[in-house]
Design a binder for this molecule. Structure first.
Ligand code: BG6
Ligand code: MG
Length: 222
């Protein structure tokens, strides 16, 4: 029996663009140049760590109270974007893959660094697909640490070597690999080169391939 663990931002919904816009807004205020390429480093990474990276980029050190105020400002900005979301923002062919796996009774989990994950899943009406949701409110160690995926596997009652992870962030692929799971990258193969397999998006994932995965031997321990 296999278990599937999905990242949320950039895999199920295109919220990566909203995170980028909210960080860009703050970066502009602080006079720190911030491009979409810089934003790659923010994918899969906790809100707190993102701000630390941004301030490192700007060579800034600030008191805790200012740091917390900017964290809150970024999140309020981000929440304004996601308040408009509905199921039309589910990425193409995600429901096709979720329906296929649910049809086979494959246990599925969400494994996200976001503290907003549950609210987003509700907005796009996908909550019921997942047996468990592990989000940024529950993990102590951010990706690339495997903690989030190991908790998800434990709750699904599936050994890590029989779990398949779908991720758009290099930090997430590294987390899946160090958990001993099969990693599928969603995005640019040049960025996600450490994944066991990469697809540009879900439209490229054939059901035959998923079927093969279901019968694949457990991933060998490295
Ligand atoms: C991850 C995103 O899913 O969640 C990161 O890829 C983001 O970019 C992180 O920083 C934390 O999200 P939130 O919603 O708790 O600020
Ligand atoms: Mg992501």
């Amino acid at each position: 029996m296999k278990g599937f663990i999905f990242d949320l931002d950039g895999v199920i919904v295109d919220t990566a663009k909203y995170h980028y816009l909210a960080w860009k807004h703050l970066a502009d205020q602080l006079g720190i140049p911030f491009s979409e390429e810089d934003n790659e480093r923010f994918k899969g990474v906790s809100r707190r760590r993102c701000l630390e990276i941004l301030l490192e980029m700007g060579g800034m050190e600030v008191p805790q109270i200012q740091f917390d105020a900017w964290l809150q400002e970024k999140n309020e900005d981000y929440l304004r974007y996601i308040s408009q979301m509905d199921s039309s923002e589910i990425l193409p062919d995600v429901p096709r893959v979720l329906d296929y796996l649910r049809g086979k009774d494959i246990p599925m989990a969400l494994g996200s660094a976001s503290k907003n994950a549950k609210a987003i899943l509700e907005k796009v009406e996908l909550t019921s697909y997942f047996r468990t949701i592990v989000d940024g409110t529950e993990v102590a160690k951010a990706k690339p640490d495997p903690e989030v995926f190991l908790i998800a596997a434990y709750r699904l009652k599936i050994p890590p070597a029989d779990c398949v992870v779908l991720e758009d962030a290099l930090a997430g692929i590294e987390a899946a690999n160090s958990a001993g799971m099969y990693s599928i990258g969603i995005g640019d193969p040049k960025v996600l080169f450490e994944a066991d397999r990469v697809f540009r998006d879900f439209t490229q994932i054939e059901l035959d391939y998923l079927e093969e995965l279901l019968y694949l031997n457990s991933k060998p321990v490295k």
